[in-house]
Design a protein around this ligand. Sequence first.
Ligand code: KIV
Ligand code: ZN
Length: 509
Amino acid sequence: MTGIVKIFDTSLRDGEQSPGYSMDTGEKLRMAHQLARLNVDIIEAGFPIASPGDFEAVQRIANEVSGPIICGLARANQGDIDTCWKAIRGAKKARIHTFIATSDIHLKYKLRKSREQVLEEAVQAVQHAKQYTDDVEFSAEDATRSEPEYLAQVFQAVIDAGAQTINVPDTVGYTIPSEFGKLIAFLRERVGNIHLATISVHCHNDLGLAVANSLTAIEHGARQVECTINGIGERAGNASLEEIVMTLKVRQEQLGLGTNIISEQIYPTSKLLTHITGISVQPNKAIVGANAFAHESGIHQDGLLKEEKTYSIMTPVEIGLTEHKYILGKHSGRHAFRARLKGMGFDLSEEEVDQAFKRFKELADKKKSIFEEDLEAIVTGLIRGIPEKFSLESVEVVCGTKKKPKAVVVARSEGKKIKAAEFGAGPVDAVFKALQRISKFKGNLEKYIVTAVTGGTDAQGEVMVELHENGRTVRGVGSHTDILVASAQAYVAALNRLAFVPKKISAQL
Ligand code: KIV
Ligand code: ZN
């Protein structure tokens, strides 16, 4: 089989109707523009009758987003369809998606209607929608639990009424690949006019099979898949767009099909969705999870550095990332460790690498995440010693209930003694302002954390300061029984690191 599978994105409809994922109009519009950049074929923008907010969002997407077909959802009744059309009619390409359930369970308990009634309503709905546009999609809700002969009868009738797409939803995520494949094959055989319509599938992930079911349906002739970014959607979600698209791309030789998706836009789209909703994907999520292109095992890192194909079936660039992440942890090998140091600007002798690697392994056993600062500390502190641009001579602070906090700080830099006095909102602020004046530091204080190293009022306080300047983030640590002195020490340590760090520091290796 060859050809293109149309990608129908329902992140803004089925995805948005799941808990925690609701978006306002502006957010939906941003997502819709990004979906257009991703080049999806159809955007299901919402369910206009559901609320005035939904209507407004669908209408704005229809008026403002160009490229994909803009689709609105409507139950199989005139009111829903009229409202849907009002919302989408501004689109250059508009689709009405109307649906009614066809399973006996839904007919008996939810709709309380006979099969004949449902068949008639389905046909009437499609006929009504056709007055507005030729692009009408009909969904038989709960198709996978519907009686197949009846399902075929309904599809035959709605295609006769003018539906150009017939959608086979696995509404409750019940089917399994072999069964779903057979159902699609059965419909292709039994529905006499099926060649006049595109077969679409819409799978939910209750058993974790949504992508597998969609792909099997594609293998059996479906040419539209309904899916969502990051697999969001009702309950356990819908089939994940990125997984379907990348499977078709990576296994193109096997499946012989493609999509119109610009795969380099996959990661930016996934990120935008998590940014808007505040809900991240799990780290091991296929394609877009934080670990999808991260490698910690030394054996894997070594293989990848020699030839990417050894442990990677697609490149990070294909989905919009720049590179593989080589996580330095206790499983990492010397090879990746040395490559990382080189990337940071440290060109060490073999002997120096050996020493640093030994210290790194000791640290990795104790620490969950190893940052570039840790490596830097290993290399600069243990092997070369960090050059001190500034050294702290003294700190004097005046504060209290009746005094405006004031600090007088004396530091030494390149042989010169520099003194600065500053007022502050509090004593720490005054100390930091004085050090800022001494060092001419123009960046920001990103973090300031004080911890007591031991118990009691005579405890040693440990201070961690994180400074950010010109895209570089550095940390400094100080400890003293006087936390103001510890704070000044930490600030000075961070300033020295800032003066020394050879390259831009990324958040985590
Ligand atoms: O899951 C489902 O059946 C649906 C239909 C409205 C297509 O979302
Ligand atoms: Zn659904």
